[in-house]
Design a protein around this ligand. Structure first.
Ligand SMILES: C[S@@+](CC[C@H](N)C(=O)[O-])C[C@H]1O[C@@H](n2cnc3c(N)ncnc32)[C@H](O)[C@@H]1O
Length: 363
């Protein structure tokens, strides 16, 4: 069958599955809708492998933009591996595998290869894509389908993972945050006002919020981080993503929330259209991530903008692609919108990535 026919069939099947759940329950939470749209077995946007990364695809992540990102990040990894006396790297949500490939290339040049590179990836189609990308690397590689169940030492890397976790959506109504659920009407998915959403009560102290103020609440971040780091004996979790400290996340200017959907480099804030054909993400509340780290027994070791972090690590020379470097570092590109947080266990060492800038006080 032709690829676009395949794709249309897959999306129809996905919409039918979402529609059937809605018909049965009347409405579903936005977190459930996002789960189905991105990760429903075989037909979700990520699980089916419909996602295309890079300049010819739906959206560009930093490792897809330029190898300078991995080259710079490798310096932080090398420093940590040296401090630990060796260890392994676990990357979570590895996309096309390009970060792993470039990182291992640079770590080989720095003579700091990890003992092993493991990837935890939800999407079977992406696991296959990653294996193809990593065919020729020099260290043992392994794919996991669940968080590690054996003790290990080293680094956990998550680039644009937390923005892709299904989140809830809430809207202020008469001084309470009520859930925004997804229903359907005449064959189209529609937002539906739900009841007061108890887990969002904790946000009220960051107000006041005007009626209609809408935001996202990521309840999966904590259990996800907890599971990922449970077996980390010593080492560092590095989370790179777009987002804000909570006071900025819940700023009045973000009154319509932070949802962002990408399809063929077009960004919209409407996740209820193009189901299965577009990415859906929400910015990361980095204060929530730091709290999740604390609950998981991790220590907050650093927080900086992506630009501050990469410059602290050092940019590998020579820089062939200056336009990509600008995109990586400048505030109008990924430099300020993207942030880096380091959470450590038994890591009594200053980190080069935060040597120029450390914003922990902003959280
Ligand atoms: C936005 S993409 C980022 C890909 C890559 N890190 C990059 O920067 O190009 C999100 C990735 O996380 C994966 N993912 C989402 N939730 C996951 C989970 N709970 N465990 C493992 N992988 C997950 C997706 O399948 C996808 O590979």
């Amino acid at each position: 069958m032709h690829r676009s026919t395949d794709n249309a069939t897959r999306c129809t099947r996905l919409r039918q599955r979402v529609g059937a759940e809605i018909d049965q329950a009347g409405s579903i939470s936005f977190a459930r809708f996002m789960e189905l749209a991105l990760y429903e077995p075989e037909c979700g946007y990520y699980t089916s492998g419909a996602v295309e990364f890079g300049t010819g695809g739906d959206f560009v992540t930093a490792p897809e933009l330029t190898p300078l990102f991995a080259g710079s990040l490798a310096r932080q990894c090398a420093e940590v591996l040296e401090y630990l006396g060796g260890g392994e790297i676990l990357e979570v949500g590895a996309g096309s595998g390009v970060l792993a490939r470039e990182l291992l290339g640079e770590l080989a040049r720095l003579d700091s290869l990890p003992l092993r590179y493991r990837i935890l990836e939800r999407s079977p189609a992406l696991r296959a894509r990653q294996a193809a990308t990593l065919r020729q690397v020099e260290v043992p590689t392994e794919w996991l389908q669940a968080a590690p169940d054996q003790p290990f030492t080293g680094l956990i890397l998550a680039n644009e993972l937390f923005d892709a976790l299904p989140c809830h959506r809430v809207r202020m109504r008469s001084e309470h945050f009520c859930e925004l659920r997804v229903g359907s009407e005449a064959g189209h998915f529609r937002w539906q006002a739900g009841a007061v959403f108890a887990p969002a009560a904790e946000l009220l102290r960051w107000g006041p919020f005007t009626d209609g103020y809408t935001t996202e609440l990521n309840l999966q971040m904590q259990p996800c981080l907890q599971a990922l780091s449970a077996q980390l004996q010593r080492g560092l979790v590095l989370c790179l993503d777009y987002g804000y400290p909570r006071a900025e996340y819940l700023h009045p200017e973000r009154s319509m929330g932070t949802l962002l959907c990408h399809h063929s480099h077009t960004a919209t804030a409407d996740p209820l259209i193009r189901v299965g054909e577009q990415d859906i993400s929400a910015s990361v509340d980095f204060t929530r991530l730091a709290e999740a780290g604390e609950q998981a027994g991790l220590e907050l070791c650093g927080y900086a903008s992506q630009a501050g972090f990469l410059l602290g690590c050092g940019i590998p020379e020579p820089v062939a692609d200056r336009a990509a470097l600008r995109q990586l570092l400048l505030p109008g590109g990924m430099g300020e919108r993207f942030q880096v947080m380091a959470l450590g266990r038994d890591m009594d060492r200053a980190l080069c990535g935060f040597s120029r800038q450390d914003y922990r006080w902003r959280l």
